[in-house]
Design a protein around this ligand. Structure first.
Ligand code: ZN
Ligand code: ZN
Length: 329
């Protein structure tokens, strides 16, 4: 089972400016000119780049929220949210020559904020007759607002004119269901206009997609529903847009959580791999690297102080989600 990250930024797409490129090239050349790490006689450039540390060659990307959960059904696809990342999914899908076969796309929407729907008008399979797009969600006005997003003067092609057949599968907030063999459990989340997280379970594997959710002090009370929602997840995709300082001082009630809250909840719920997600669009690669280092340092300190809580089990893996990341479970 695979999870593919097509967009991992929050609020709006990030930029990759000439200054960001300059910083990457500078580090790359410094590494190459070092006599200990320089390119060897006869070594190919690709081989050399592949051996470089990730912080030099890697970028966390620019797209807003969209992930794919691999389905084992032929011509059926599972996507969560339609931020700008869904455009890259659609482009690669087209480049691989898949547009000639009709397919079914299950699109799970957490909510209707723009960073979660703005890629839909640029989703190539939407325009192909024979394709079926089923939009799953819990907000009753999803259909109305997706039409509004594409009506003039906002967009030249109205949603009613696209080639694919659209179906809106709007559920009750407590209603679990099944898609492509996955048992899917939703949970309402604390966010302006409310959002919904999704827990996907199949063959003893658990993936939780829980973005755009502010966990408050209530998260430390007994019976907090997210502990069961996250319980034993192989992968928890968690809204860690803010630092602890931002989340508790500057950006209270903005609807997002922080990396430390992610650690605490993941430890209580025995999550195996915590993915920090919905990155602040103004954070560049260096800032995100530092954010991860701070998170890991915190875990080491927290570990020492929390010895009295034997039920906590910290994730064996903590990482930052990035555009293009593929995880095997
Ligand atoms: Zn968002
Ligand atoms: Zn939101």
């Amino acid at each position: 089972m695979k999870v593919v990250f097509w967009g991992t930024r929050g609020s709006l797409p990030s930029t990759f400016t000439k200054d960001h490129l300059h910083a990457h090239l500078h580090n790359c050349l410094r590494y190459a000119l070092d006599s200990n790490t320089g390119i060897k006689q006869g070594q190919s450039i690709d081989d050399y780049l592949n051996q470089m540390p990730q912080h030099i060659t890697h970028t966390y990307g620019v797209n807003t929220s969209c992930i794919e959960i691999e389905s084992d059904r032929e011509n059926e696809y599972i996507l969560c949210d339609a931020g700008t990342g869904i455009r890259d999914f659609g482009m690669l899908y087209a480049r691989r020559g898949k547009l000639s076969k009709p397919a079914c796309f299950h699109l799970f929407l957490t909510h209707l904020h723009w960073d979660h729907i703005q890629g839909l008008p640029f989703f190539v399979p939407l325009y192909v007759p024979g394709n079926k797009i089923i939009i799953h969600g819990y907000h009753h006005n999803i259909e109305e607002y997706l039409h509004q997003q594409m009506n003039p003067p906002c967009f030249p092609v109205p949603l009613k004119a696209v080639g694919a057949q659209l179906t809106f599968d709007i559920k009750q907030p407590w209603e679990p269901f099944e898609v492509c063999g996955f048992k899917i459990q939703p949970l309402q989340q604390n966010h302006p206009g409310i959002s919904f997280g999704y827990r996907f379970e199949k063959e003893n594997k658990v993936i939780v997609y829980s973005t755009d959710c502010e966990h408050t002090e209530m998260a430390h009370e007994n019976g907090y529903p997210f502990i069961e929602f996250f319980r034993n997840a192989d992968i928890l995709i968690f809204d860690a847009m803010y630092s602890l300082a931002d989340a508790t001082i500057m950006k209270v009630n903005w609807g997002h959580s922080n990396n430390f809250m992610g650690i605490k909840l993941a430890a209580k719920a025995h999550v195996k791999h915590l993915l920090l997600f919905h990155h602040e669009p103004t954070s560049d690669d260096k800032a995100l690297e530092q954010f991860l280092l701070d998170t890991i340092t915190y875990v080491q300190l927290y570990h020492k102080e929390r010895k009295s809580k034997p039920n906590d089990r910290f994730p064996t893996n903590i990482s930052l989600a990035s555009d293009g990341l593929i995880l095997d479970i």
